[in-house]
Structures are given as C-alpha cells and as structure tokens.
Design a protein around this ligand. Structure first.
Ligand SMILES: [Zn+2]
Length: 124
C-alpha cells in the first residue's frame, strides 16, 4: 500500500458503437456515460439498455485499474450486447486517473475514515 494509502483509478467512458451493424435493442451510436470511482454518471436524457449494461458492468472495475499491456483487458475495448441478433456494442475508453485513499473507500471499520464522497464536491 502506498505510504498515505493513496491509489488511482481510471475514469472510463462507455460509448455505444454500431459501426454499420443493425441494433435490435435501443442502441444510439455515440450515447455514452462515464464511470468515476464507483459511480455511473449519465448526462440528462442518456439511456442504455439494461441488458447491454449487464454485459459491461463486470468488466468496469478491471478497466479502471492498471493492467499489463499484454493482458487482453488492456487491449480489448468493446463488449457486445448479449442479444445474439443485435449489433450494438459498448466501447470502454480509459480517461484520466482519479485519486482515492484506502481510508476513504474501505468498508473495514478499523481502517475507515470519512468517505471520499463526503470530502469533495461531486465532479460534473
Ligand atoms: Zn442490443
């Protein structure tokens, strides 16, 4: 653990891409949301299929962290909609890194400090 308990996670952009494929579900090319720490951040009016969201959610925590350049998690960025007839995909892009500390994020009572979300203003 770093001296002050600090660690960094990438913010992510998750964007709908079709690249000429035909969607079955409501996939609108270019619609996106961000991942900031544990939070999914949507602009007003942005919508996403819950089935496509369910497919991408398990990969997001790994994408937030540094991975080996040889790891497929580093190189592969698109997740297909789980409907086998649907052409919708979600592309995950790493953005800037965001600072956290262990004490602000852990659930361990003996290590817990004020949660990060009570220390800072939410980013926009
Ligand atoms: Zn779909």
């Amino acid at each position: 653990m770093a001296e002050n308990g600090a660690f960094w996670l990438y913010d992510l952009k998750v964007e709908t891409v079709l690249d000429g494929r035909t969607p079955v579900c409501r996939h609108v090319e270019g619609e996106s949301f961000r991942v900031e720490g544990e939070n999914l951040v949507f602009e007003v009016g942005t919508r996403i299929s819950m089935y496509a969201l369910a497919a991408v959610l398990p990969l997001l925590p790994a994408k937030q962290r540094d991975t080996s350049p040889h790891d497929w998690m580093s190189t592969d960025a698109e997740v297909a909609c789980p409907d086998p007839h649907c052409g919708g995909r979600l592309r995950i892009t790493r953005l800037e890194k965001r600072h956290f500390t262990h004490a602000e994020t852990t659930g361990l009572p003996e290590a817990r400090d004020t949660p990060y979300w009570q220390k800072q203003e939410p980013s926009t």
